[in-house]
Every structure is written in structure tokens, then in C-alpha cells.
Design a protein around this ligand. Structure first.
Ligand code: GLC
Ligand code: CA
Length: 545
């Protein structure tokens, strides 16, 4: 098989940092850029290829940085542009790329553009946002609902019109159909590219183009099978008109052309946050000629029934859609992020080890969420410490995102080494740091941290894993998901057990193998695949001979 030379964003592994929660350098209880810089040695040792930083831009923090009031600066809470430059230089010196968050759908209501826009109907920036007259009876212009609950429209007394906000009312949607908006927002990309960033994670990327007529969304018939996680009120509608209008592809082509122009120097990358689970539809976001975003995020491993048949079906769906539509496209997988409950809490700590092995052996770029390399659990957040607006607006639905945003657990000291012991961190540090922390796990040869490291090292040094083909393996028990990754003559069999049952694996056709790693980190060596024993919650990577 011809071996392609994959770019870093294909063969590498990306590590997501939520800057508020990673490392606090000045003891104000909030993580910052200098804190991240101080932990780059750890990240280099871990063996990741790039970091993606959630927003660190000036923001009133109504949605913790996803409400931006200046796209081209750093919020003083996180540091300065000089701190940013220093972080990028220090990351690059260690061979670590830097991907930043780009939030094109909405600004903060405190952004000077919106302040202008709301001043009068005649203001030159009026059309930078989506303003509409009320209906005759005073109601909002259409039935759209905000992701975080409540109508997606806010009435502005002073000018007698409503403005659209797909998220909080403090996050007014930009009007990407206005050429000046598009031009100005593309300049933002250039600003960060010129500062040396290697790519962008594009927040709710497909929201930026809506139905130009702003038609009502159809009602969603009640169903036991929500498309994604249950999202309360938002699930009442089919989101046909409020996101993902086909015109978005044109914008993505412009973004790609801009990134390509910068890529002559070195490859730049884009990944769109696009929650779409029809895999053909999902694959369309690569662009007909692979000329749109480098990849749409694949959230298939999140909010799925954590069982072998469901996971296998999902992976085959992704592989099938790509091979039919875009044989040259490169997939990706994630287990979690700052919006989802942590994998170790969702599937349990034993399965979390197997899940890490699965993530790091599938075909597609893995993105790790900070702390998952330790098996960090969702934090317990007392009601009076809850911060996330989503959870606060729709209590009781489990939508709050504070639990997965608790500080990184560095050591077993008070506050886990995230901030000084006498400081109150912005969210409480979980009390389990004597077991779940970098310091506690570093010296334990079978810890989750050492498993993550071993898997990262193996993926990096094994073309079959970091760029090879994928083939499902038949003939294993239904509790097991098995597949082969191959590059040239190099073949790796991956066996994953989704249950706490012992499984007998009989694959006589595959003959003998060399077991390279078990998720327990307790065995290796020659195995007979005609009579192989996969223990409870175990994952294995086996070299086929
Ligand atoms: C994305 C972000 C999420 C944010 C929302 C609005 O889904 O991941 O954290 O709240 O967009 O920007
Ligand atoms: Ca700080």
C-alpha cells in the first residue's frame, strides 16, 4: 500500500486546554497563559503534538470566554499578548503546535460592534447583527429557541426591534451575510496566523449561516431517541433553519483558501464544531473537493450507548461515509471536551482506560481533553458554587458544564497544585488528588497517566496506528469491538472489551501475534489468537506476525 505523508494534524494528537482550569500562575484562582507555558514540559513528556486552547480573549465571561468583546487581544485574567507570544514560542520550541478557538457565530453584547449596532436602526453597524421587527402582536420574529433555553430573540426597547442570539442574550449572533462582517472576521484569522498559531477550532461552525428568510423551525415530534444529548426546550424544534444553511460551505471554502495561503510556510489547520450525526451529511463538511474545513469534529464517541455493537456501527458509519464520499479525507475522534461530562464519569474508571486505548488506536486524529489522561472525574459542584449559565438557566437536566471544567489535578496538595493552597479556585478542585493527579500517578508504572503516555508513544512511532487503514474484524463476541490498522506490512489488531465479563477470542485465521500493550499495562509477548483471553474492561494492541 502506498504510504502517504500525513500532515501533523492527521498523524498527531491534539490536547485541549480549558485555560481557566489548567494552571494558575499568579494565584488569583483562575488559570492563565503563563500557567500553561509553565506546564509545557509536562505536555512534551506526555507526548502530544498540539494544544488547542479554549478562548482567552477579552470577555465579560457570561459564557466563560465564548462571549468575546475583542477578538484580537488577551483578557487580563489570562495575561497579555506578550504572554501569548511567549507561550507560542515556548510550545514551538518543544515541537508542540498551537490551535486557538475561533468564535465566529456571536460576539459579546459588550463588543464595540454590538454597542454600535444597537445604538440606532441607521447605525452603519446595524446590519452586522441580525435585527428584525416584532410580529404584529409584539412576539419575536420567529419560533427559534436558544441552545441554552428560552427564545433566541431579545427585544431592544430603545430601537423597537429584536436581535438574534443562538446562545445567551449576551451573545448576539453576527450577520455573516454582511460582506463587511465576513471580511472583518477573516482578518481575525490573519491576526492570529501572523502571530504564529497553527490552526483554529471553530466554535459552532455551521451556525454562522441561517435561512436568509428566517423561517420558523418545524416542530420536533416527540421521540425516545434524541439526536444528541437531551437539551430540554431546544429539542422541541427541528433545527432546519437556524443553522447549517448550505451557504455555509462557501464561507468554509474562503476560510480554507486563507489557511492554504498561510500553509505554504507550514501547514495550518481548522476543525469545526459541527454536531451532525448523519455521517454522509457530516462528511459533506470536508467540502466536495476537500476544500472546506480540514475536518468537522466527530462526536460519535460522546453521548453514545457505550457498547461494542453501537461503537462499531458508528465507526463503520464514519469510515463508510468517508470512503464513499471522500476517500482522501482524514477522520478524527474525541471522548470529551469542556461541554461534556468526563469519560471516566460516563463509563467508569475501568472502561476509561480501555476508552483511551480505543481513542488512540482508531483511524483519525484524536483530541484529548485535559485531565482525561489521568482519568479525572466530573467534579462535585455544590449548588452555591455553580457557575455555568447553561446549568443555571435549565436546572435539573444535568446540562451544567462545571463538573467537567474543574481544575487540572497536578499533585495532592490543597488545591491540587493548580493554585496556592490559601486561594479559592474558580471551581473547586476534586478531593481525589491523592490518586488522580500527575504527581500521584507519575511513579506508578501501571497508572492511567503511564497508560496514556505509553499509548501516545506507541501511536507516534507506529505508522499503522497514526496513518494506516482501518478494517473491522468479524467473528468476535458481541461484547468485543475488534479492528485492524495497517500501513504497508505493519498490522495492528485492536481488541476492546466493553464489559466486565471475561471474553474468549478465537481468531485462528490471524495466527500468532505479539501483544504490545494491554490497558492494564501488565502483560506483553507472544499470543495465540486462536485461543486468546480478553479480560474484563481490557483493551489490547497486538502486532500481527
Ligand atoms: C460551543 C462551545 C460552548 C459554548 C457555545 C457557545 O458549543 O463549545 O462551550 O458555550 O459554543 O459559544
Ligand atoms: Ca491566574
Amino acid at each position: 500500500m502506498a504510504q502517504k505523508n500525513r500532515a501533523w494534524w492527521q498523524s498527531g494528537v491534539i490536547y485541549q486546554i480549558y485555560p481557566r482550569s489548567y494552571m494558575d500562575s499568579n494565584n488569583d484562582g483562575i488559570g492563565d497563559l503563563k500557567g500553561i507555558t509553565s506546564r509545557l514540559d509536562y505536555l512534551q513528556e506526555l507526548g502530544i503534538d498540539a494544544i488547542w486552547l479554549s478562548p482567552f480573549y477579552p470577555s465579560p465571561m457570561a459564557d466563560f470566554g465564548y462571549d468575546i468583546s475583542d477578538y484580537c487581544n488577551v483578557d487580563p485574567l489570562f495575561g497579555t499578548l506578550a504572554d501569548f507570544d511567549e507561550m507560542v514560542a515556548a510550545a514551538h520550541a518543544r515541537g508542540i503546535r498551537v490551535v486557538v478557538d475561533y468564535v465566529p457565530n456571536h460576539t459579546s453584547d459588550q463588543h464595540p460592534w454590538f454597542q454600535e449596532s444597537r445604538r440606532s436602526r441607521q447605525n452603519p453597524k446595524r446590519d452586522w447583527y441580525v435585527w428584525r421587527d416584532p410580529k404584529a402582536n409584539g412576539d419575536p420574529p420567529n419560533n427559534w429557541i436558544s441552545v441554552f433555553g428560552g427564545p433566541a430573540w431579545e427585544y431592544d426597547e430603545a430601537t423597537g426591534q429584536y436581535y438574534l442570539h443562538s446562545f445567551l442574550s449576551q451573545q448576539p449572533d453576527l450577520n455573516w451575510r454582511n460582506p463587511e462582517v465576513k471580511k472583518t472576521m477573516l482578518e481575525v484569522l490573519r491576526f492570529w496566523l501572523d502571530r504564529g498559531v497553527d490552526g483554529f477550532r471553530i466554535d459552532v461552525a455551521h451556525f454562522i449561516m441561517k435561512d436568509p428568510e428566517l423561517r420558523d423551525n418545524p416542530l420536533q415530534p416527540p421521540s425516545d431517541e434524541p439526536n444528541w444529548k437531551p437539551m430540554g426546550e431546544y429539542d422541541r424544534l427541528i433545527h432546519l433553519h437556524d443553522r447549517g444553511h448550505p451557504d455555509v460551505h462557501g464561507v468554509f471554502r474562503e476560510i480554507r483558501a486563507l489557511l492554504n495561503a498561510y500553509s505554504t510556510e507550514r501547514p495550518r489547520y481548522s476543525v469545526g464544531e459541527i454536531h451532525v450525526f448523519d455521517w454522509d451529511d457530516w462528511a459533506s463538511y470536508y467540502g466536495r473537493n476537500l476544500d472546506e474545513l480540514h475536518m468537522p469534529f466527530n462526536f460519535g464517541l460522546v453521548n453514545i450507548d457505550w457498547k461494542a455493537p453501537a461503537i462499531r456501527k458508528m465507526v463503520e458509519g464514519v469510515e463508510g461515509a468517508l470512503s464513499r464520499l471522500h476517500p482522501e479525507a482524514w477522520s478524527n475522534y474525541v471522548l470529551g471536551n469542556h461541554d461534556e461530562h468526563r469519560i471516566a464519569s460516563r463509563v467508569g474508571p475501568e472502561q476509561a482506560r480501555m476508552a483511551m486505548l480505543l481513542l488512540l488506536s482508531l483511524r483519525g486524529t484524536p483530541t484529548l481533553y485535559y485531565g482525561d489522561e489521568l482519568g479525572m472525574l466530573d467534579g462535585d459542584i455544590p449548588a452555591d458554587k455553580e457557575k455555568d449559565p447553561w446549568g443555571l438557566r435549565q436546572p435539573g437536566l444535568g446540562l451544567g458544564r462545571d463538573p467537567e471544567r474543574t481544575p487540572m489535578q497536578w499533585d495532592a496538595s490543597v488545591n491540587g497544585g493548580f493554585t496556592a493552597p490559601e486561594v479559592e479556585p474558580w471551581l473547586p478542585v476534586s478531593p481525589n488528588t491523592s490518586e488522580i493527579s500527575v504527581a500521584a500517578q507519575r511513579g506508578n508504572p501501571r497508572s492511567m497517566l503511564n497508560l496514556s503516555k505509553a499509548l501516545l508513544t506507541m501511536r507516534r512511532s507506529t505508522p499503522a496506528l497514526n496513518q494506516g487503514t482501518y478494517t473491522s474484524v468479524e467473528g468476535v463476541p458481541p461484547e468485543c469491538f475488534a479492528f485492524i490498522r495497517q500501513a504497508g506490512d505493519q498490522k495492528r489488531l485492536v481488541l476492546t472489551n466493553f464489559t466486565s465479563l471475561d471474553l474468549r477470542i478465537s481468531l485462528p485465521n490471524l495466527g500468532q501475534g505479539n501483544l504490545l500493550i494491554s490497558s492494564y499495562l501488565d502483560r506483553a509477548g507472544r499470543v495465540d489468537l486462536a485461543a486468546f483471553h480478553l479480560r474484563e474492561n481490557e483493551g489490547c494492541i497486538i502486532e500481527l506476525l
